[in-house]
Design a protein around this ligand. Sequence first.
Ligand code: UD1
Length: 364
Amino acid sequence: MKKIITVAGARPNFMKIAPIYKAFSKHTDKVKHMICHTGQHYDKKMSDVFFRQLELPEPEFNLGIGSGSHAVQTAGILVEFEKLLISERPDLIIVVGDVNSTIACTLAAAKLGIRTAHVESGLRSFDRAMPEEINRLLTDSISDMLFVTEPSGLQNLKNEGVPAEKIFFTGNVMIDSLAGFLDRAENTTIMDELKLKAGEYILVTMHRPSNTDNPEQLRAIVEMIENLAGFKEVVFPVHPRTKSAMEKLDKSLKQNNRIKLIEPLGYLDFLKLMKYCDLVVTDSGGIQEETTYLGVQCVTLRKSTERPVTVDVGTNHLAGDSTKTALEIVSQIYKGNKKTGRIPELWDGKAAERIVEVILKSFE
Ligand code: UD1
């Protein structure tokens, strides 16, 4: 019997580990699969609701690390996860995405000679000012198995000299969750609660340090949201980081009944709002992919994307960091200049099954 620990720390990790957990539950004769929550995200709205809605069990381990500077958070996870690895001695750990928990746990395992698998490997924004880019580069360079979501990931890893036998193009586990839970999202009442009509509102999310931690940029974003409300009603679930940055800003959003600032949403509610909105304006990584799968227009307020397939094949428009450009793109979309995207290769709801198959074979 092999022992595997899958790690999750922050909100965008939970929808990625859910299909992996489910796929391993069909192989309990061969693998004891356990979940470790690092505690990077701890608010009920950022964590618990996702476990519940994604039908994940209570994690076997919770490191309870919480917030802190990058060094404090990463080091805290490193120390606690090393202790866990020494007592549990798993045969493999699985990490997903690009958050601080991802690199911290990979590093702890690699130093102990424990095999590591990185799911969502190879993505590169080529912008090292992003903490996630550093996490991606470091995690990939020390992982043993690299599971890739899109063709750019294969090319990036090849360019970095990663041996081909470590790389597996298996598709997108986050899309496994999206495809699997979309029916259930239909049954939520969030649109009634917020009095929203399908195709009649713009959904906004913003939480990147590059957008929230620079007051000038955040002020421009607040103005952009006021302008977006000139097109359609705006719904903006506000991330805790953004909330505290907005509270410190010398400009607040004008009172406007066409702008709904709300608390972070659960997974199913957010899926429903994403499916039925007119368009999304975001700086998220995952939402660029989810909108591409749903065929929803997405305007991304970032200089670069590590997910170029969403622009080349999907419905994502990269605006750079200029809110003016983002508003111009939105205006073009309302003039009918929409992208007709298609669903990228292997985003078919079966990525986790393919990953588990590769892992089981690696034990033979
Ligand atoms: C982290 C990830 C980012 C991901 C994002 C999704 C890193 C480097 N960044 O950024 O890639 O897109 O999660 O949310 O790992 N806070 C709470 N409650 C929580 C968690 C955080 O109030 O449950 C507040 C704290 O004040 C904290 C701040 O949010 O200081 C930022 O949290 P942190 O985990 O440092 O990074 P995120 O911005 O959430």
